[in-house]
Design a protein around this ligand. Sequence first.
Ligand SMILES: *Cc1c(COP(=O)(O)O)cnc(C)c1O
Length: 224
Amino acid sequence: MTVVDRLNAAKDAIALRARDCGRDPADVTLVCVTKTFPAEAVVPLLETGHRVYGENKVQEARAKWTELRQRFSGVELHLIGPLQSNKTREAVETFDVIESVDRPKIAEALAGEMRRQGKRPRLFVQVNTGSEPQKAGVLPQEADAFIAECRQSHGLEIAGLMCVPPVGEQASPHFALLAEIAARNGVTQLSMGMSSDYELAIQLGATHVRIGSAIMGERDYSKP
Ligand SMILES: *Cc1c(COP(=O)(O)O)cnc(C)c1O
């Protein structure tokens, strides 16, 4: 199977699962995660017309996508990895969607950069649904206050929520928790589900699934 075969298989699986749940397949966006893969590996996917991609590092994304964007129009790039406040300028320049907003300092820095650049990437708040000490994301019990602060203190529109459930745990309670936090805060988009659990996430309301290895193949982190 080529990457294009696997992209098409994932799209079919998404559509099937959405319909099974009585949802419109068009309401689920496939974010193809291309981190660690070089630009050439992404070209066949872009040639099919697929336009929504995710990267977890600002520098890697800039290096890869500056060139790809010159060749392919209409790309929508999502930042799905942690954001450092000293990278907010580059993040606002590079990304159309920033899914990892998770603390006041970042919210403030993003608000400032968005004003300066006159560019408004869509923002998602990342929630650390498993309350894991090492993981990015606002704690579930602090999510309501943080979303309110983003909106009121920084004038930011929060388009969605994102989570990465703990490895080795049943994902469904985490997806359900994210959906619950979104609903009570009037947030409509949910980025949840990866290669191993995106169908479950769709069942629980995902509007964005972030699929990497199931399309791109295994990642090799040993390469520079
Ligand atoms: C790498 C990554 C993904 C994709 O993971 P796969 O299991 O390869 O599909 C999704 N979300 C985030 C935040 C990631 O860092």
